[in-house]
Design a protein around this ligand. Structure first.
Ligand code: FAD
Ligand code: MLT
Ligand code: ZN
Length: 494
C-alpha cells in the first residue's frame, strides 16, 4: 500500500483544527460532520471509506469529512477553507481510478453525498437538472418512468455521482452513441474556490454568449471548484435494445468486423466493446456474468460485445439477425461463435461480463491501471509489447505479476491495460513507467482517455500535452484558485 506519509509534497496549506470544526458546526447539522477531532470524536475507521480509494492503492489521512446539504453550505465551507488555507478534496462516490478522490495528506474531504435531489425534469426538452451528489443509477431509475435515459453509463453506476462523472468527464459504455459529457452537459452550478456560487445552470441547447466557462469544470477533477448542480440532456429511452457477445479467432478479425457492424447497424449501434481472452476469462471466473460455453470459446483470442438501441423492435432484430448471419458464416472467418441475449436477464448477464472486468481484476490482485487512447488497430500490440517488456524484466510470475489484460471501448479507440500484481511494489512501478507512457506517446495517443490525471498521472501529462498547454492550464488554475486549496497536488504537474 502506498502511504502518503512517505511522499514528498510540500505545502502552505493548514490542517483542520478544533476551531475550524466549531465554525463548521455553527451552520452544519451534526450528522453532516465526521471528524476525529474533538468534540466530534468520530472513530477513525468511520473515515476509512473516505480516505481510501477504490483500488486500495491511495490512502489519505484526513481527520474531517463534511457532508453539506445545500449549495449555500458548500459555499460557506469553501469560503472558510479559503480564508484559513485548508485544502479541500471534493468527493463523489469515490470510485475514481487515479487517486484524485482521496487526500494526499490531511485535506478536508467535502462529500457531495447529501446533495442528492433531482431539481427538475422536462420531458419535452429532455433536460434534467440534478444535484451533483445524485448517484448515476438513481438518475437512470428516476428517468425510466419518463421514458428517458442518462447519456452516460458505466460499471460504477451504483456508486458514482453525476458530479463525479462530470468532474472526471467520464466516458463509459455509451459514449460512442451519445458523445462525451462536454456535449451532453448544458449547464453547471459551481462553488468557486473563494466560496462564490457560479450559476450557469442553463436549460438551453444553444448559447453562444461569450466563453463557455462550464467546459473548464468538466474534467477538472475538483481542481477549479466544487460542482453542486448539473443540467444535462437525457436521450429518449430506446424502444428496443439488444446485445450480442462474439468470440473471434484472432485480433486480426476485430477491425473488419467493426467496419461491417458500423455499416450494417448504422444508427442503432450503441456499443462495441473489446475484451481480450484474459480479461473475459477473469470476469467469467469471478462470476461477473455468463456468456459462451467452454467449447464455444475454444480457440478464441478475443471477444466483442455489440449493443444496439433503436426505435423499432422488429426492424432492429431483423438488422441484427442479418448481421449475425453474415458474420457467423464460417466462410467469412470472422467469428467462431456468439451468443445473442434472449431475455432482459441475459442482456444484463452479457453486459456483466464486460462491466464486471474491473471488479474481477480487483478480486484477483492489485491492479496497475492504464487507460489510454491509441489507434484501435494497436490494441493487441500495445498489450503484447507491455507483456514482453515485463517478461524481459523477469516479473511475469505468480509472486509478482499474475496477468496482463486488455479491454475497453473499441469504438472510441480507448483501451484499458491492467497489470494484475500480487502487490504494489516499487519494482513493478519502475518497470511500467515510463515504459507504458512512452509507448502511448509513440502512437500519438493519450495517457488518459477517460479516468483523468488525478494524483497518479501528473508526471505523465507531458506525454500527451505540450509545455504551452500545461503552462496555460497552470495559469487557469492560478486565476480560479490563487491559494491552491482545491484538490491540491492533483492533475497539474508540480
Ligand atoms: P470520485 O471518485 O469521488 O471523484 C473523482 C474526481 O472528481 C476526484 O478528483 C474528485 O475530487 C472530483 N469530484 C467528485 N465530485 C466532484 C464535485 N461534485 N465537484 C468537483 N469535483 C468533484 N470511468 C470512465 O470514464 N468510464 C468508465 O467506463 C468507468 N468505469 C468504471 C468502473 C468501475 C467499476 C470503477 C470503480 C470506476 C470506473 N470509472 C470509469 C472511473 C470513474 O472516474 C468514475 O467511476 C466516476 O466518473 C467517478 O465518479 P465518482 O462520483 O465516484 O467521483
Ligand atoms: C471500464 O471501462 O471498465 C472502466 O473504465 C474501468 C476500468 O478501466 O477498470
Ligand atoms: Zn472505461
Amino acid at each position: 500500500h502506498q502511504r502518503w506519509a512517505s511522499t514528498t509534497v510540500s505545502s502552505n496549506l493548514n490542517s483542520v483544527t478544533e476551531e475550524d470544526l466549531a465554525h463548521f458546526s455553527s451552520f452544519l447539522a451534526p450528522s453532516s460532520i465526521l471528524s476525529t477531532l474533538s468534540p466530534s470524536n468520530t472513530p477513525a475507521d468511520e473515515l476509512t471509506p473516505f480516505n481510501d480509494d477504490w483500488m486500495g492503492k491511495y490512502k489519505g489521512r484526513s481527520t474531517t469529512v463534511l457532508k453539506p446539504r445545500t449549495t449555500e453550505e458548500v459555499s460557506k465551507i469553501v469560503k472558510h477553507c479559503n480564508e484559513k488555507r485548508i485544502g479541500i478534496v471534493p468527493q463523489g462516490g469515490n470510485t475514481g481510478l487515479v487517486g484524485g478522490s482521496v487526500p494526499v495528506r490531511d485535506e478536508l474531504i467535502l462529500s457531495l453525498s447529501n446533495l442528492n435531489k433531482v431539481r427538475s425534469f422536462d420531458s419535452v426538452s429532455g433536460i434534467l437538472v440534478a444535484d451533483a451528489g445524485c448517484i448515476l443509477q438513481s438518475l437512470t431509475d428516476y428517468l425510466a418512468p419518463h421514458s428517458h435515459i442518462m447519456p452516460i453509463d458505466l460499471g460504477a453506476k451504483g456508486s458514482c455521482h453525476i458530479g463525479g462523472n462530470v468532474s472526471t468527464n467520464a466516458g463509459g459504455l455509451r459514449l460512442m452513441r451519445y458523445g462525451s459529457l462536454h456535449g451532453a452537459v448544458l449547464g453547471l452550478e459551481v462553488v468557486m474556490p473563494d466560496g462564490t456560487i457560479l450559476n450557469q445552470l442553463s436549460g438551453l441547447r444553444k448559447d453562444n454568449t461569450g466563453y463557455d466557462l462550464k467546459q473548464l469544470f468538466i474534467g477538472a477533477e475538483g481542481t477549479l471548484g466544487v460542482v453542486t448542480g448539473i443540467s444535462i440532456l437525457a436521450p429518449v429511452m430506446p424502444a428496443a435494445t439488444n446485445a450480442v457477445v462474439l468470440a473471434l479467432p484472432s485480433f486480426d478479425q476485430v477491425i473488419p468486423l467493426f467496419k461491417i457492424v458500423k455499416r450494417d447497424m448504422g444508427e442503432i449501434l450503441s456499443a462495441f466493446e473489446y475484451m481480450d481472452r484474459e480479461s473475459y476469462t477473469l470476469s467469467v471466473k469471478h462470476g461477473q456474468g455468463k456468456g459462451l460455453s467452454e467449447e464455444e470459446i475454444e480457440g478464441a483470442q478475443c471477444f466483442v460485445l455489440i449493443e444496439t438501441s433503436g426505435g423499432n423492435k422488429e426492424h432492429d432484430e431483423e438488422k441484427l439477425s442479418n448481421l449475425l448471419e453474415k458474420v457467423m458464416d464460417p466462410d467469412a472467418g470472422l467469428v467462431t461463435s456468439g451468443v445473442l441475449a434472449q431475455s432482459p436477464a441475459q442482456f444484463e448477464s452479457l453486459w456483466a461480463i464486460r462491466e464486471g472486468i474491473p471488479e474481477a481484476i480487483g478480486k484477483s490482485g492489485k491492479a496497475y491501471k492504464y487507460d489510454v487512447s491509441i489507434p484501435a488497430s494497436k490494441f493487441k500490440e500495445f498489450v503484447d509489447k507491455t507483456k514482453d517488456h515485463l517478461l524481459s524484466k523477469g516479473l511475469l510470475h505468480e509472486n509478482a505479476i499474475k496477468g496482463v489484460v486488455g479491454y475497453g471501448h473499441f469504438g472510441d479507440g480507448n483501451i484499458h491495460l491492467n497489470i494484475v500484481a500480487a502487490a504494489y511494489t516499487p519494482e513493478i512501478a519502475a518497470a511500467l513507467e515510463p515504459f507504458v507512457f512512452e509507448l502511448v506517446a509513440s502512437y500519438n495517443g493519450s495517457v488518459s482517455a477517460e479516468h483523468g490525471i488525478g494524483y497518479a498521472k501528473t508526471s505523465a501529462m507531458r506525454y500527451s500535452k505540450d509545455q504551452t498547454s500545461i503552462e496555460l492550464m497552470k495559469k487557469i488554475k492560478k486565476l480560479f484558485d490563487p491559494n491552491g486549496i482545491m484538490n491540491p497536488w492533483k492533475v497539474l504537474p508540480q
